[in-house]
Design a protein around this ligand. Structure first.
Ligand SMILES: Nc1ncnc2c1ncn2[C@@H]1O[C@H](COP(=O)(O)OP(=O)(O)OP(=O)(O)O)[C@@H](O)[C@H]1O
Ligand SMILES: [Mg+2]
Length: 590
């Protein structure tokens, strides 16, 4: 019921479709049951009149039976039409609502959920819900009404025979509810999780093929995927095994209902002596018992389908249960471009330890603050709190004295440019990708940004220059090239605040030099928060913060920190060593 109400909530505008489909299918079920009464009347008539076919009443009953059956089918068809309309509406609204919620998610949400997995969860669960509503919902009313009507029918005619035909049905129900109860529900949950796991592993396997090929590790990488299939197989197999005996017993009992009815009928004839009525009733019970049993089974399967739909709705809700960024009643504008962290702590959802702990620092307008420190110390997390990938748990991140949480999202995005390591380009033209930073930019401005970001050389070698589509027909850019395009985008945006996270990591020396040059142009006169692993890139920063285990361990400019003889000076010495080592190696090769 709760699931149905949840689904009904997605039926904006056409609230009557779902109840309409249920009502029509209920009436159609009743219509479908009436022919059994007419058949009973016909049989009774045949016995009473000694099978005199000239009796007009038999014909009338027959026509009524056919009429009711046809009306039942037509109504069922109408119920299906309504349920399909409802299904399409619910599916569309479900997707729409999920997308609307996702758009309002903090940017960090997309770090944890890849676009592929988001699409999969929405696609899979919306289509499970669709097929439940379109194909199974019309049977829902029937699956409740049919056994109830059949129950009324069997007790109206002869309660002795009714009790006899109930015995196999009750045994079967007990067996079924035992199977579908606790264990069945647990299985459904495990089944969905296992299926999702198998799909994820399959995607991971395909995604990892290039790495696997390089390292010649095909056997090991296949292991996770293989394990997930085996786990799925074992689970289904084990469950099927549990069903083996109860299902066989169930089938035998259900189909052997005549063995319960006939002895009772013989006893009844013996006691009452009215063999005509007992025989007519027996005939009716032989007809109705399988219908009753079948309808009971159907309602149990319906329960299972309902369970599946419930899981689907829950999974959809779980995907978007991260708090979306609140809509501000009174959004503030940015009045200055200095950045201030005041006692900021943040813990990732579900993590045990703080990623950053009581961080405080100021970047005055137009100055550069660099973050350095060991891997995992919390640098990226600090940088990501400025454009609100996540919100600080305690403390405040302010721009121009205003808490970023109170700044209008669009205003914040217009004022902060960020370039992170895993730059993403859209599957569109290069021009489109660069102009994303400023849709109103003129051609001259784009060309200038292209030159400043050292992208001219990339564009010249592409067939259609700036109009070349990226990501199609074999046109791909290297990591360093993608970063330079992202820089052009950021230069074009010309935001007063710039956040750069490892913009030169993992690039070749030539690209690194070009990117450094582009960065210089991008950051000139701006308020900059810079993270770099190569210490030469941060030497010129106004202040360097050394982050160690989620806290600020040291701060000062390059020379002050070297004099301190602390973590930074140790890092610097190691860095110098590594450079010497590289140069040494290169000389050896020459
Ligand atoms: N999306 C996330 N969910 C949960 N924990 C995370 C997430 N991102 C980072 N962490 C954890 O937070 C801590 C700080 O990570 P962060 O990425 O800020 O480190 P970093 O200093 O940037 O490291 P690196 O130099 O390797 O980039 C780490 O312990 C990391 O495991
Ligand atoms: Mg990082």
């Amino acid at each position: 019921m709760k699931t149905l109400l949840k689904l009904q909530a997605y039926m904006t505008g056409r609230k009557a479709l779902l109840p309409g489909a249920l009502a029509l299918s209920a009436i159609s079920t009743l219509m479908g049951m009436l022919p059994y009464i007419f058949i009973w009347l016909i049989v009774k008539e045949l016995f009473n009149t000694g099978a005199d076919y000239s009796q007009v009443r038999i014909n009338t009953y027959a026509w009524w039976a056919v009429g009711m059956a046809i009306a039942g089918v037509i109504l069922y068809f109408l119920a299906l039409t309504l349920s399909h309309l409802a299904a399409f509406r619910v599916e569309t609204n479900m997707r729409r609502l999920a997308m609307r919620k996702i758009i309002r998610m903090p940017l960090g949400f997309f770090d944890r959920n890849t676009s592929g997995s988001i699409r999969k969860i929405i696609d899979d669960n919306a289509s499970i819900t669709h097929s439940f509503l379109a194909h199974q919902l019309p049977d829902l009313a029937g699956s409740i009404l049919m056994p109830l009507t059949a129950l009324v029918f069997i007790f109206v005619f002869d309660w002795h025979l009714a009790l006899a035909c109930l015995i196999p049905i009750i045994i079967s129900m007990v067996l079924m509810s035992f199977m579908m109860g606790g264990k069945g529900k647990k299985f459904m949950k495990n089944y969905m999780t296992s299926l999702e796991n198998m799909n994820t592993e399959a995607v991971e396997y395909v995604r990892g093929i290039p790495v696997v090929k390089v390292f010649q590790q095909s056997v090991f990488s296949f292991k996770n995927f293989h394990n997930s299939i085996i786990q799925y197989k074992n689970m289904v197999f084990e469950y099927t095994k549990i069903w083996e005996n109860p299902m066989s017993i169930n089938m035998v009992i259900i189909n052997g209902f005549v063995f319960f009815l006939v002895p009772v009928a013989i006893l009844l004839i013996g006691y009452s002596g009215n063999y005509t009525l007992v025989l007519v009733n027996l005939f009716f019970y032989i007809l109705i018992t399988p219908v009753f049993a079948q309808s009971m089974m159907k309602s149990m399967y319906m329960n299972q389908a309902l369970g599946q739909a419930k899981e689907a709705v829950n999974r959809m809700e779980k995907l978007t249960d991260v708090e979306p960024l609140p809509v501000l009643n009174n959004p503030k504008t940015i009045t200055g471009h200095d950045i201030c962290f005041k006692n900021v702590s943040f813990i990732y959802p579900g993590a045990k330890q703080k990623a950053i702990d009581n961080i405080s620092f100021i970047i005055p307008k137009g100055k550069t603050v660099a973050l350095v420190g060991a891997s995992g110390s919390g640098k990226t997390t600090i940088a990501r709190l400025v454009p609100r990938f996540w919100d600080a748990d305690t403390g405040k991140v302010c721009i121009g004295g205003t808490d970023v949480k109170e700044i209008d999202q669009k205003e914040l995005m217009n004022n902060v440019s960020f370039v992170f390591q895993n730059t993403k380009l859209f599957k569109t033209s290069l021009l489109g990708n660069i102009k994303y930073g400023n849709l109103d930019a003129s051609n001259e401005e784009v060309e200038r940004a292209v030159d400043l970001a050292q992208c001219r050389e990339i564009i010249c070698k592409l067939p259609d220059g700036l109009n070349t589509k990226i990501g199609v027909e074999g046109t791909y850019l290297s990591g360093g090239e993608q970063q330079r395009i992202a820089l052009a985008r950021a230069i074009l945006k010309d935001a007063p605040i710039v956040v750069l996270d490892e913009a030169t990591a993992f690039t070749d020396p030539e690209n690194e030099y070009l990117i450094q040059k582009a960065l210089g142009k991008l950051t000139k006169g701006k308020t900059v928060l810079l993270i770099a692993h190569r210490l030469t890139s941060v030497m010129d920063a106004d202040i360097i913060l050394v982050i160690d285990k989620s806290k600020i361990a040291e701060q000062g400019n390059h020379y002050e920190l070297l004099n301190k003889q602390g973590i930074y000076s140790k890092m610097w010495n190691e860095y110098q060593q590594s450079i010497k080592w590289t140069i040494g190696k290169e000389i050896q090769y020459v």
